[in-house]
Design a binder for this molecule. Sequence first.
Ligand SMILES: Cc1cc2nc3c(=O)[nH]c(=O)nc-3n(C[C@H](O)[C@H](O)[C@H](O)COP(=O)(O)OP(=O)(O)OC[C@H]3O[C@@H](n4cnc5c(N)ncnc54)[C@H](O)[C@@H]3O)c2cc1C
Length: 447
Amino acid sequence: MAISRRKALQFSGVFVASTAINASTKIDDIKTSKASKTKTEYKAPLPPAKGPRVVIVGGGWSGLSIAKYTKIFAPNADVVLVEQRHEFVSCPLSNLWLVDKIKLEFLTHDYLQAARENNYTYFHATATDLDRENRILKTSNGDISFDYLIFAPGIDYDYSRWTSDIAFETRLRQEYPAGFIPGSEHITLRNKVLNFKGGNFILTVPSGNYRCLPAPYERACVIADYFKQKKLKAKVILLDENNTITIKKKGFQSAFDELYADYIEYHPNTTIKNIDLDNKIVETEFDEISFEEAAFYPHVRGAKILERVGIAKDAKNMLEGDINTLTYEVKGEKNIYVTGDSRPMGFSKSGNTSNSEGHHVARLIAQKINKDKKIIWEPPTTTCFSAVSIAPERAIYIYTQYAYNKTDETFDFASTSSSENWLKDGAVNASSIYDWATALYADMFGK
Ligand SMILES: Cc1cc2nc3c(=O)[nH]c(=O)nc-3n(C[C@H](O)[C@H](O)[C@H](O)COP(=O)(O)OP(=O)(O)OC[C@H]3O[C@@H](n4cnc5c(N)ncnc54)[C@H](O)[C@@H]3O)c2cc1C
């Protein structure tokens, strides 16, 4: 089944009604004056709050969605988005940029525009600590008092299963970056791909709930296609810690077999035992594989700021937010939340999930600000397109919703549909990739 442009947009959740709720809460003068009396290093250069102050740490897919929709649902909120980057660069679709299929401009977006269009403040700084008692967020550019605080800082890498040697980890990060956090990692990886002369190009897939399940397989396909078009004597060697392709298996497996039999070597169930960076050899349980280039994707964990401020839970070493999974509130707190890829729920760590969840979290916060009736949990949705070839362009997709199981308090898939026959539907799906991305960028950056 191909997915139409209209369906793609509906599935992605960007058609959610954006009816503003009349807000009545006044500025919490008492809290503001109490906070200003506390001993702080220095105050952030921000105008006084004109309403309940909602501070969001992280301007990714989650934080941007929460910032915009909190203002829509609670217009009197004074929303501040604290982000350490100067501009937004999208991870979704970045695999296409690695192989020169799209321009960087398509992925790059303007935080100032998002803030202007949606009446909130973009504050360029890194959150460094939290004074819970006095409700102050510490940042590299001063302290910010808050009424509501949302941590949406994404992921960090966890190299500990490969090494405890920090010098070696630093080499891995610098010489063979994973390319799953945007910025310089992606530029390094792109240069490796575009300048590749031939030989083995190793990519890895970690186990656990890593960021964007299909992205390593998509990356293998588009890089292989790029090498194929250039008629390089080259192989993408995909070392997967999982015992099989973790998502859209039919589509990716058939692409590996039918399109890239000479270009992709897929190794499931593969744990790396040693990486010899000087001699460029990876040792697994079964093999020794030499490589000319590589991108080593380690395990992921919640961003380190969560641990720093004492709100991370050490479950399966993921160190994600220690929250009530239905309300997103940090345990023991009423007005501090963790969302996006830092959440502990096993939802797909995807931009679409973060965006649709962000709409709901904004409603939760607005409900408190507006003192409205409690709202019920709404499942996030995951719509995800993956390219399997670039010439011609073909893609596959999956759509998933989640359900809550009250008995054991866990989440499961409620409904899933997919389109993995790239020969039949691949071209339509490929054009939907751009429609999806354009709609989501507009949802986060436009009015
Ligand atoms: C190659 C690739 C392809 C992908 N493809 C898709 C796709 O096709 N579809 C899809 O839906 N998803 C895709 N994803 C996944 C998607 O990018 C992530 O799931 C999404 O970015 C998660 O959103 P987030 O807001 O939780 O985190 P992020 O988007 O990472 O945002 C976190 C933000 O917090 C900021 N931050 C962190 N710490 C601090 C701090 N202390 N102070 C201030 N700011 C801070 C960071 O700078 C960052 O901007 C892909 C990811 C990759 C890497």
